[in-house]
Write a protein that binds this ligand. Structure first.
Ligand code: NI
Length: 388
């Protein structure tokens, strides 16, 4: 780990980062609507004389810091979007936009990566390569990473790193692992067609509600009976609709839900088994049913080498390493990792309500260490590739 970053004065930077995060927190913007956030980032990067690349992005941006232009290229990524949640904290910088909140800490991610960019800019002359800094829109829709990838700006990147705040870890804690840190997230819809009739004479119709009930129950056997107990998978039916009164058997029923997996083979298997159950169950009642599948991000996939570099740098920066609890939340950073090796890490932001909760909070003390960590990680990664 040569070229350790030494800051002359971190007091002002910390103050500035706190101000910047509070600004983003007060002004949350939903996925693909991050116009003001992007404008603010452009202004801040411009003032720091960090070059912004000219890309066809509606929101979000990619900046670049070039040391030795012949050297390797590393990317670091922060996501910038907020959620449609009414904030219920007592913070003096709580959301000023009704119904929108940075409840997933993306204001923290944005600020950490911005701070890392400032720190890397100070060291630009000695960088053995290039760092691309991604401020990604629309993580919450699972589509933002693809919009960045589509521009081609990452086609020559050697390694990529990203972060998520962890409200179950104390300030100063850090975690990552090899392989999946977050799950593949898919969505499904099931439409069941029966035959409507008077509620007093069900024998004249085919009741789609009974079919739906059997399908819901049968779907629950996939994880318990078809997936190994050593694997992880989850099927949740989260939405059902049918009928509109008490004395009519309706014609249709609708189900919607999500499947979470961490293993690519299981991810392929589950929808095929679901199709079999949906069709077979509907057939057995004389109804018809159709399953529609909407693929979301795959599971994140940290390579062994970069996960161990990410951990080494965390230890060097004074973080306490924690074993991460298993989670089946999704993260579209996984799309980058399908193409580029790298690592996704969790930084403890102080024990708080969970992600996406109206009372979720991030501790300001975690900002500057996060920025220092990402600057050092980028530099370290450049060193490692340059030395090869
Ligand atoms: Ni998030």
């Amino acid at each position: 780990m040569k070229n350790k970053i030494v800051l002359k004065n971190t007091d002002n930077l910390e103050k500035e980062l706190i101000e910047v995060r509070h600004h983003f927190h007060k002004h949350p913007e939903l996925s693909n609507e991050e116009f003001e956030t992007t404008k603010t980032l452009r202004k801040l990067l411009g003032e720091a004389q960090i070059r912004i690349l000219n890309l066809p992005l509606k929101t979000g941006l990619v900046a670049e810091i070039t040391g030795n232009s012949e050297g390797p290229i590393i990317a670091i990524r922060g996501d910038i979007d907020a959620l449609p949640i009414i904030e219920d904290t007592d913070l003096d910088y709580k959301s000023q936009i009704e119904g929108k909140m940075h409840a997933c800490g993306h204001d923290f991610h944005t600020t950490v990566i911005l701070g890392a960019a400032y720190l890397l800019k100070q060291q630009e002359a000695t960088l053995p390569g290039t760092v691309r800094i991604i401020f990604q829109p629309a993580e919450e829709t699972g589509k933002g990473a693809e919009s960045i990838l589509k521009t081609g700006v990452l086609s020559d990147v050697d390694a990529i790193f990203g972060l998520h705040c962890a409200p179950d870890l104390e300030v100063g804690s850090f975690g990552t692992n090899v392989g999946a840190l977050t799950a593949a997230v898919d969505r499904f819809e099931i439409k069941i067609n029966g035959i409507g009739t008077h509620a007093s004479s069900p024998e004249k119709g085919i009741d789609p509600i009974v079919v739906a009930a059997h399908i819901i129950t049968a779907l629950q056997t996939i994880v318990s009976r078809n997936v190994s107990a050593f694997d992880q998978a989850l099927i949740s039916v989260t939405h059902m609709e049918s009928g509109n009164t008490w004395n009519v058997i309706p014609t249709e029923a609708y189900l919607e839900g999500t499947v979470r997996t961490v293993n690519a083979k299981t991810r392929e298997f589950v929808p095929s088994k679901m199709r079999q159950i949906v069709k077979g169950m509907a057939d057995s009642f004389g109804a018809t049913a159709e399953l529609k599948w909407y693929s979301g991000p795959p599971a994140t996939n940290n390579t062994k080498d970069w996960a161990s570099v990410a951990l080494d740098v965390a230890i060097q920066q004074g973080y306490v390493i924690k074993k991460l609890p298993k989670t089946l939340i999704g993260e579209d950073f996984a799309y980058y990792q399908e193409k580029i090796s790298g690592a996704f890490v969790n930084i403890g932001t102080g024990v708080s309500y969970s992600l996406h909760h109206p009372k979720f909070k991030v501790d300001d003390a975690t900002l500057l260490p996060g920025s220092k960590y990402f600057a050092q990680l980028a530099k370290c990664a450049l060193d490692i590739i340059s030395d090869k």
